[in-house]
Design a protein around this ligand. Structure first.
Ligand code: DGY
Length: 321
């Protein structure tokens, strides 16, 4: 008998075909809608594997309903939506999909740096609304990216990939991380800084830390007040790391100059969210890793993790400690 796997969303066919060959599948087939909690609760006790997305909350009470679950495989690098401790207690492997999305996400972080600094979205709307009457000396002027100081909070794979891109723009690179990385400092020409120092010195602050108890609400009023009035905050990690109310105040009052946000506390961000009223914010719908190639790769790796795990082998990307 084939192991049974629950898939919480319609996934790319390349991954689904693999899964279908190896397992009996129970699928939530809505393209754009996460599976309701009731669907997960109904099936979690019946399956050996779970293929989920970052929109599924795999918490302790759901895990407690499982009785034969061996592997939880998320099609994401971030796994803050899964209670890994609760899974570990029951001997359930939790796997994710790092590496393949590193460069793609770094590209998007850089796209947000350029879009916010040079006011790309605002300028495009300005033109399309017919407001462009003539070339003028200070029209849509923004901030210099070339040669500016970039502060990266969270120096993992994506942090390094952003730093590599920044070298091409001759930026001075500072980073803040749980632990210092002397080898990466040498290789990438960057310097470690305390959080305060980084916030004070940087023209661009890019948040790339994982979302944990320590990083929740890490950037709030006190931290934003340390930043330069010309500084720009970019968040491509998780919304909960930045306090959105404090960020709105800081952007509105000119405490900082602009923000580029790919992630929000609540996703999809409600359309009446105050941040969406500001012209100095570029907002994106959590598309950091959204290139066709990368999403295909992520889908495949999540399937392979599940296949190895359910075959009794150790998958490549296990997150349990
Ligand atoms: C992840 O994988 O955690 C990103 O947020 C989406 O690709």
């Amino acid at each position: 008998m084939k192991p049974i796997v629950l898939i919480t969303r319609k996934v790319p066919e390349i991954a689904r075909a693999l899964l279908q060959e190896a397992f009996e599948l129970i699928e939530w087939m809505e393209e754009e809608e996460p599976a309701p909690r009731s669907f997960l609760e109904k099936w979690i006790g019946e399956v050996d594997g779970l293929y989920c997305l970052l929109t599924d909350k795999i918490d302790e009470s759901l895990i407690a309903r499982s009785n034969r679950l061996k592997v939880i495989s998320t099609m994401a690098v971030g796994f803050n939506h899964i209670d890994v401790a609760a899974a570990s207690k029951r001997g359930i492997l939790v796997t994710h999909t790092p590496e393949v999305l590193t460069e793609t996400t770094a590209d998007l972080a850089f796209a947000l740096i350029l879009a916010t600094a040079r006011r790309l979205v605002e300028a495009s709307v300005f033109l399309r609304e017919g407001q462009w009457k003539t070339w003028s000396p200070m029209l849509m002027t923004g901030q210099e990216v070339y040669g500016a100081t970039l502060g990266i909070i969270g120096m993992g794979r994506i942090g390094e990939a952003v730093a590599r891109r920044a070298s091409g723009f001759d930026m001075k690179i500072l980073y803040h991380n749980r632990n210092q990385k002397p080898e990466a400092e040498m290789r990438l020409g960057m310097a470690y800084a305390g959080l305060e120092e980084l916030l004070q010195a940087s023209d661009f602050v890019v948040v790339l830390a994982p979302y944990t108890q320590e990083t929740a609400d890490m950037i709030r009023k006190e931290q934003l007040q340390l930043m330069k009035p010309s500084a720009i905050l970019i968040n491509v990690a998780r919304g909960g790391i930045v306090n959105e109310t404090d960020l709105y105040d800081a952007l509105q009052k000119g405490t900082i100059w602009a923000a580029g946000l790919d992630v929000f506390d609540t996703e999809p961000v409600p359309l009446d969210h105050p941040l969406l009223t500001l012209t100095n914010v570029v907002t994106l719908p959590h598309i950091g890793s959204a290139s066709i190639q990368t999403r295909m790769q992520m889908a495949l790796i999540a399937a392979q993790n599940l296949m190895k795990g359910l075959a009794g082998e150790r998958p490549n990307f296990v997150v349990n400690p």
